[in-house]
Design a protein. Structure first.
Lengths: 112, 114
């Protein structure tokens, strides 16, 4: 039972353009969402998060949008840079539990 | 502040052996969580410790266990290793006072079971 889904295993974007990574969830008890970036053989690096009481959070080039009615969130990276090439994981937290539920990840490749 | 540290970084064991992995959280963080990453199953939650007590547990067999010490450092133990236990084991720490907190990850321990 995959509660958090990232349906695109990979995404290729031109440098300088916008990268949009998507994530869907099924559990309505999730109330906090995070995006992590990961390189091979390293731990995930935190990028940005959003509480379920908000619909948008911005931090520099990264913006996360949350649509609770659609149970959907997205990460926008503008402008995309070559160093953004990595695997991006969406994660969700159930209210009251210190437990991250991860999506399967999307491999983002930024082409020069 | 120093980040989350994990030791060892790499480990090779044979089937049937046991292994202990160590994690030191960010200073001031009292919650330590463990995750397993495999190509087939992705990133999966093992368990979480807070103030030396297991507070949350994932769906892993009893061969997987952990503990936390008074200084918040945590260890994870896997007994009777199986080939399928080969994975990247990640530790994450957070302050631990409420669920809407960011968990910060260490570099992981790569375990290979032969």
């Amino acid at each position: 039972d995959q509660q958090v889904k990232q349906n695109s295993p990979s995404l290729s974007v031109q440098e300088g353009r916008i990268s949009i990574l998507n994530c869907d969830y099924t559990n309505s008890m999730f109330d906090y969402f995070l995006w992590y970036k990961k390189y091979p053989a390293e731990g995930p690096t935190f990028l940005i998060s959003i509480s379920s009481i908000k619909d948008k959070n911005e931090d520099g080039r990264f913006t996360v949008f949350l649509n609770k009615s659609a149970k959907h969130l997205s990460l926008h990276i503008v402008p995309s840079q070559p160093g953004d090439s990595a695997v991006y994981f969406c994660a969700a937290v159930t209210q009251g539990a210190q437990k991250l539920v991860f999506g399967q990840g999307t491999r983002l490749t930024i082409n020069p | 502040k120093a980040g989350v540290t994990q030791t060892p970084r790499y480990l090779i064991k044979t089937r049937g052996q046991q292994v202990t992995l160590s994690c030191s959280p960010i200073s001031g963080h009292r919650s330590v969580s463990w995750y397993q990453q495999t190509p087939g199953q992705g990133l999966q939650f093992l368990f979480e410790y807070f103030s030396e007590t297991q507070r949350n547990k994932g769906n892993f067999p009893g061969r997987f266990s952990g503990r936390q010490f008074s200084n918040s450092r945590s260890e994870m133990n896997v007994s009777t290793l199986e080939l399928g236990d080969s994975a990247l084991y990640l530790c994450a720490s957070s302050v631990g006072t409420h669920s809407q907190e960011t968990q910060y990850f260490g570099p992981g321990t790569r375990l290979l079971v032969l």
